[in-house]
Structure formats: structure tokens, C-alpha cells
Design a binder for this molecule. Structure first.
Ligand code: ATP
Ligand code: MG
Length: 741
């Protein structure tokens, strides 16, 4: 029988098919494995696959679960193994009339959603600069997630100027979705909830159908998802939820950890089975993970054990700087790869996407194949590509591909018709689109607002082009970023996603700084042309493709449920991991700690923690402090010899050069890392603002590229300076990175 691969507890859980069951167990204890075996067991017992509903978190996890079940039982048509959203969609399709929709209703993705919101703002005369589409969209989504109607939102929020506006947009948004016979993603859950609540007969049908319901990764369900499941299972009460409260890492997106802690209250007769044997990791890895997570309050205490040997100890290495950290990891992988380990045995799990770039660089240098999972590789990110296109236009205004990429980035209101017109004009005149648009007459022929913003963009690019010998690449970058409105449009969106893009843009600037420094060290000047060439060749990722497996790079968040023989967790520093925003909130700190636990428990055989004593984030270098989580780590599991240079009593210097005292777990003074992203953004803006405008002959000045000098003369448009080293230069006013000293 199938269940023979399971241990006694797992078997018990798999065979406990009647009544509510909570499988609460730590990472790698075989929760997902038990669930797939449980499904197979039900089918073998003669239960129709049609009566089984299994819900999980991602499409990838759902597909994998189906495969695992079918490996045990053969193909099972009619069985629902899917995500919450696809479950909602199916139920609503089957009952569109009761849900108040017509047949073939459509589902709006985020692009459609934004377009609709934009129209509404326009029609309601709401200024999108004050209420950006993404900002309002996020509020509406949150309200829908909490199952609050526009009216309920208003009551909750209290009537004020802002809440009334959001109320009216929200109401109009809902009514237009209806009119268009459309739902957004939140509706898929919310409408399902309402349907089941308002139509007892429909609910009854599903209750009779789904006699056996299972939910994996239960700790990350939100309120509505829980309500739906509770209703579906209310009659049969055969509900099995599987989760680990220590792995709840989506609270910031509405996951409610109470769902798991309260399960026993909602289902009083529930059996609770704890799985305590871990099959994934060696002893030392488990102890390490446990020693960190036990610092969280409000958790159900559970301790995992393993039959496996203790294995290697955890290696912690504090490198001198972030680049050294990346090459250290690449070297380690190179050393360990061989007959017993292939590249796909390794994973580098970092806290933020912005960290991936240094690892990509280091792995390329060592010719190690890698893949960046979920989220794009540094060179493939939209915002990086946009900025590269701007820079390409500075070097080569004939680059129509680049032009087409950025003409509406940020949105300038150039419709497809105008673009078509420009294309034709360019062809007729034998010019490039960029050249055509630099003609004021052409710009005047565009819709009024579009014309102005396009002219403005063309001017910025042209200025950068004329002045590029007088500017560093990073100056040009800042000018493009700020003066084309690109940065501003992201800031206006005010969403987590936009914030992430800004992080990436600032990280791209660090990359430019690196290039400039490298060149400087070689005594050469860094030109924009060379920089773009480097990008074009580096970006050619195909060179590194390989059949023999690849190292995986991904964020800790996306690593949930996965496992790897060797795991690296870089960036173990306060302010990075735990993240900057968690430093003054116990609640956020606990979520970060769970994330740390998730990361550590992905490792089967070896776990490497690293950090950098000096890190450049967004072009701003600073000394770091070792992560709080390192102080919590049981020193017994740390490798004292070899690579591990962790000395518990070492004194560390913080960002302003103050000794923060011994780090052995006692009396560490309050420490709040500065926010490097804010600082980097500000720097870009100051740099692109043209700095001082008022120069007179005789002023002593400093220039970003040429150093110190004295102003010879200044007129409306130019400033002429004699520099100590670079000699006499005529610079464009308002753009030259020039400061009085
Ligand atoms: P996570 O919390 O990370 O989602 P999990 O509890 O779902 O982990 P699984 O992914 O199901 O754990 O299992 C972890 C590993 O242990 C897998 O490689 C699985 O094949 C193995 N495993 C599970 N149960 C057993 C068992 N009884 N005997 C041998 N190996 C097992
Ligand atoms: Mg699992």
C-alpha cells in the first residue's frame, strides 16, 4: 500500500480522513508529502476524486501536488487541486447567474484594472497626481480583501475629504466592473464568499460534493479564504489543514496567522497531529533554525528532531565588503561542485531582489551557470531596460528601438496613432523618430499635453548628449532618471511594487559607480559608450546557458516549500536582514524571523550564512552591524574552524563609527540603521537639479568629474571654469554637476 513510505505519525494523519484535522508541523516534516499520500489513500479507499478538493498557494505548487498524487494513483480526472483564485473562478463560472454576472464574464488583470481606474479618475475629476491610480487601487484591493463595501469603507474610515473621494472611486469602480461583466482578482474570492453565503442551496451542493477538503500552506491564508473554506467544510467537517505557524511570511499581504492558532476554536472536535521528525535537514541545520525561531513569542512551541547525523556545522563568514561576499559564495560553489554535487544543488536565498546583481556578476565571472527564479534577472528588469534605452538614445538618437521603448515610459499620453504618425514622418524625412520629435513643429502637432512632455524628454536627452564629455555616466543617469519624470512617476504610485522598482534603479546606479571606479583604477575615463557595450555583452545570458544544471538565485519569500542540498543566505546584517523597516517593530521583526527560519530550513546538507562588514547599497557605502539573528544563533552549531570567522565577543563599529559594544547577546544599544534608499534617492535628485545656479567670476567651485576650479565667466547658459587639473571647460548651466565651495 502507498502509505508504506510514511512514518507512523504521518500515516496516522493520512488515514485520519473523517473530521477536522490540523497538521501542525515544522519545516521539512513531510506535511506536503502527507497531504498527497492522504489524497491517494482516499482514492484507494474508493472515494471518487470528484469529491476531493485540495487548495494550495501557487500554481506551481498545485501542479506539483497533482503530479505527486497521480504518481501514486494514476490519472484522476475531476479532482480539484488548485489555488484559491482558480477555485473561486470555477465556482463562479458554474453559478454566474446567481453571482449576478452574465455567462462568459471576464477577469480583469492588473493592466485592465489600472486602465479602468484611470478612466474613473478622469470622469470623476480626481487628480491622479494627488490620488495615483496605484495608490487608490491598493486601497480598494485591501478593502475588498477585508470584505468591506464602499459604504463600509466610509463608515470605518470616517467621512473626510480623502475618504469621500476614495469612496466614490471605489463605488464607481465596482459598478463599472459589473457593467462590463467583469471581475478583478479580489472579486474571485469575494464574490465566491458572497455567493456561498447568500445561496444556501448552492453552498449545499458544494458541501455535498466536496466531502474531503485539504489546504496546504494554511498559515498564509487570509480572512476571506478562511471563511470560504470554513463554509464549504461546515457540513462534512472533513477539513484537513496543513501548516506551520513559524512559516507565515505573508502577513504584509493580509495573511492572518490567527487562522492557524484559532483553528481548534472554530473546529472544537479537531484532531491535532504534530509531525516532529524532519526528513529534510541535518541536525545542525535544524538546531540552528530552531535557536533563531524560538525567540518569537506567540508561537506554538514545537521542536523538530531528525534521524540524520548532525552533519556539517553552519558556516558563518563576515566578509570585508559586499563584493567580497559575492565572490566568496561563487568560490565556495566552485569548490564544492564536482562528482557528488551539480550546480543545481545550490541556492542563494537573499532578502531583497536588489541583492541579486552582485551574485549574478560573481557567478558569471566564475563561469557558473545560474538562474534567477521569480522576479527578473538584473539585466531583464523592466526599469533597468528602460534606463538603458534612455542612455542608448543619448549616445545614438537614431536608435528607434530604444525610442519606442521609452516614449511612454513614464506615461506621456502618446497614443498608438501618434506613434504611427511619427513613424511615417520619420520614414518620409529619412530621419530617426528621436530626430523627428526634436522638431518643435512636430511636437506641436501632437495632443497638447503629450507634445509638451515629449519635447521636454527630447531636450533632456539632447542636453545629456551635448554635455556628455563634461558629465560622469552617473550624472547622466541621474539627469535622465529625474528630469524625464521617470523616478517621480514611480514615487507617485506609492505601491510596494513601485518601491521595489526604485530600489532596483538605485541599485543600477551602484552598478554604474562600480564601472566608473574600475575605470578610474585603471587610469582610464569611463565613457557612456563603453558602459553600454559592457551591458550589451554581459546581458547576453545565453553564453552562460548550460545543460548540467544551474545555481538557483531567489528571494527568501519565493523559496517557500522548496528544498536544496546547499543553501547560502547572504546579507546577514541589521537593516538588510532583518530589514530596515523591521528594526523598530516587534511584529515585523517576528515576521522577519520567520523568514529567516524558512530560509534556513530549505537546506538539506549545508548552510552558509554570510555578511559584509562594508556594504554599498544604492551607491551609498556604509559599515554594517551583524544581524540580530546571528546573535540568536546557538554558537554550538557554528563552525569555529575553517571559514567561519565569527567571534562572538568581537566589537563592531556602527555606521557613524561608534563602537556598538560586544555582540554576545547582552546590552546591545539601540541601533537604527539609516535608510540608504532614501539617501540615494535624494542624492539623485540633488545631482540632477543643476545645483547652485548663481555663479560669478572668481567663485571657487567643485565639479563631479573635473574636481576643483575657479569660475572665469558665467552667462545665462554657460559657465566657464578653469579646473586645477582638467584645464578650461565651458559647461552648460543648470545641468553641470557644479557646486560652489
Ligand atoms: P515545508 O514546511 O518546507 O513545506 P513539508 O513539511 O511540506 O515542508 P515535505 O516537502 O513534504 O515537507 O517533505 C520534506 C522532505 O522530506 C521531502 O524531500 C520528502 O520527500 C521527505 N520526506 C517526507 N516524509 C518522509 C518519510 N516518511 N520518509 C522519508 N522521506 C520523507
Ligand atoms: Mg510543504
Amino acid at each position: 500500500m502507498n502509505l508504506d513510505n510514511l512514518n507512523e505519525r504521518q500515516k496516522e494523519a493520512a488515514m485520519c480522513t473523517e473530521g477536522p484535522l490540523l497538521i501542525l508541523a515544522g519545516a521539512g516534516s513531510g506535511k506536503t508529502a502527507t497531504m498527497t499520500h492522504r489524497i491517494a489513500y482516499l482514492i484507494e479507499k474508493g472515494i471518487s476524486p470528484y469529491k476531493i478538493l485540495a487548495v494550495t498557494f501557487t500554481n506551481k505548487a498545485a501542479a506539483e501536488m497533482r503530479q505527486r498524487v497521480e504518481r501514486l494513483t494514476g490519472v484522476c480526472p475531476g479532482m480539484w487541486i488548485l489555488t484559491f483564485h482558480s477555485m473561486g473562478l470555477r465556482i463562479l463560472r458554474e453559478n454566474y447567474e446567481a453571482a449576478g454576472y452574465e455567462k462568459n464574464f471576464v477577469v480583469y488583470d492588473t493592466v485592465d484594472q489600472k486602465a479602468l481606474l484611470k478612466n474613473i479618475l478622469k470622469d470623476l475629476n480626481v487628480d491622479p497626481r494627488e490620488y495615483p491610480v496605484n495608490y487608490i487601487g491598493a486601497i480598494i484591493s485591501k478593502e475588498k480583501e477585508a470584505d468591506r463595501s464602499p459604504q463600509e469603507y466610509l463608515e470605518e474610515e470616517g467621512e473626510n475629504f480623502k475618504s469621500k473621494i476614495i469612496y466614490s472611486v471605489y463605488r464607481e469602480y465596482q459598478s463599472r466592473l459589473r457593467k462590463n461583466n467583469a471581475m478583478d482578482f479580489d472579486d474571485l474570492l469575494r464574490n465566491t464568499l458572497h455567493l456561498l453565503r447568500d445561496y444556501p442551496d448552492i453552498l449545499g451542493e458544494y458541501q455535498r460534493r466536496f466531502l474531503y477538503i485539504m489546504v496546504d500552506e494554511y498559515q498564509d491564508t487570509n480572512h476571506i479564504q478562511y471563511e470560504i473554506i470554513k463554509m464549504l467544510a461546515a457540513a462534512s467537517r472533513n477539513l484537513c489543514v496543513v501548516g506551520d505557524d513559524d512559516q507565515c511570511i505573508y502577513q504584509w499581504r493580509g495573511a492572518d496567522i490567527r487562522n492557524i492558532l484559532d483553528f481548534e476554536k472554530d473546529f472544537k472536535e479537531a484532531r491535532v497531529i504534530k509531525l516532529e521528525q524532519n526528513y529534510r535537514s541535518c541536525g545542525n541545520i535544524l538546531s540552528a533554525a530552531h535557536s533563531v525561531i524560538r525567540n518569537n513569542k506567540g508561537r506554538k512551541e514545537k521542536k523538530l528532531w531528525t534521524e540524520q547525523e548532525d552533519g556539517h556545522k553552519i558556516v558563518y563568514t563576515r566578509c570585508d565588503n559586499d563584493k567580497e561576499e559575492a565572490s566568496y559564495i561563487a568560490r565556495q560553489i566552485q569548490l564544492m561542485e564536482g562528482p557528488y554535487r551539480s550546480f543545481d544543488d545550490f541556492a542563494v536565498l537573499y532578502r531583497t531582489n536588489a541583492q541579486s546583481r552582485l551574485f549574478e556578476d560573481a557567478l558569471r565571472r566564475q563561469m557558473i551557470p545560474y538562474q534567477v527564479l521569480s522576479g527578473f534577472s538584473f539585466y531583464e528588469r523592466k526599469e533597468t531596460k528602460d534606463m538603458i534605452s534612455y542612455m542608448r538614445l543619448v549616445v545614438n538618437p537614431k536608435d528607434d528601438m530604444a525610442f519606442l521603448r521609452i516614449i511612454n515610459e513614464p506615461k506621456r499620453g502618446i497614443g498608438p496613432k501618434s506613434i504611427e504618425k511619427l513613424k511615417v514622418l520619420a520614414e518620409v524625412q529619412g530621419k530617426s523618430m528621436m530626430e523627428v520629435i526634436s522638431d518643435p513643429e512636430v511636437a506641436a502637432g501632437l495632443p497638447a499635453k503629450a507634445g509638451v512632455s515629449v519635447m521636454n524628454m527630447a531636450q533632456v536627452i539632447e542636453l545629456c548628449r551635448e554635455e556628455r564629455d563634461n558629465l560622469r555616466i552617473s550624472d547622466i543617469y541621474d539627469l535622465l532618471l529625474v528630469r524625464t519624470g521617470y523616478l517621480k512617476s514611480l514615487e507617485d504610485q506609492n505601491t510596494i511594487e513601485a518601491e521595489g522598482r526604485i530600489e532596483n534603479l538605485m541599485d543600477f546606479k551602484s552598478f554604474i559607480y562600480d564601472f566608473e571606479k574600475e575605470k578610474e583604477a585603471q587610469g582610464e575615463e569611463a565613457t557612456l559608450e563603453e558602459f553600454l557595450e559592457k551591458i550589451a555583452t554581459d546581458g547576453d545570458a545565453d553564453k552562460y546557458q548550460s545543460e548540467s544544471g544551474k545555481v538557483t538565485l531567489m528571494t527568501l519569500h519565493s523559496a517557500k516549500g522548496l528544498e536544496f542540498p546547499v543553501v547560502f543566505m547572504p546579507g546577514m546584517e541589521d537593516g538588510l536582514f532583518p530589514g530596515h523597516r523591521a528594526m523598530d517593530s516587534e511584529e515585523k521583526m517576528e515576521e522577519e524571523r520567520r523568514l529567516c527560519y524558512v530560509g534556513m530550513t530549505r537546506a538539506k546538507e549545508r548552510l552558509f550564512l554570510t555578511g559584509a562588514a562594508y556594504r554599498v547599497i544604492y551607491g551609498q557605502g556604509d559599515y554594517t552591524r551583524e544581524s540580530t539573528f546571528l546573535r540568536e544563533l546557538d554558537p554550538k552549531v557554528l563552525d569555529e574552524a575553517g571559514d567561519s570567522v565569527y567571534v562572538p565577543n568581537r566589537r563592531t563599529v556602527n555606521s557613524v563609527g561608534i563602537d556598538t559594544g560586544s555582540l554576545d547577546g547582552f546590552a546591545v544599544p539601540a541601533y537604527k540603521p539609516y535608510d540608504p534608499l532614501q539617501r540615494a534617492r535624494k542624492e539623485s535628485k540633488v545631482n540632477a537639479s543643476g545645483n547652485d545656479s548663481d555663479f560669478n567670476a572668481g567663485d571657487a567651485v567643485a565639479h563631479g568629474k573635473f574636481g576643483r576650479g575657479i569660475v572665469l565667466e558665467a552667462d545665462e547658459k554657460t559657465v566657464t571654469v578653469i579646473f586645477e587639473e582638467a584645464g578650461r571647460k565651458k559647461l552648460a548651466r543648470g545641468i553641470a554637476p557644479l557646486k560652489k565651495i
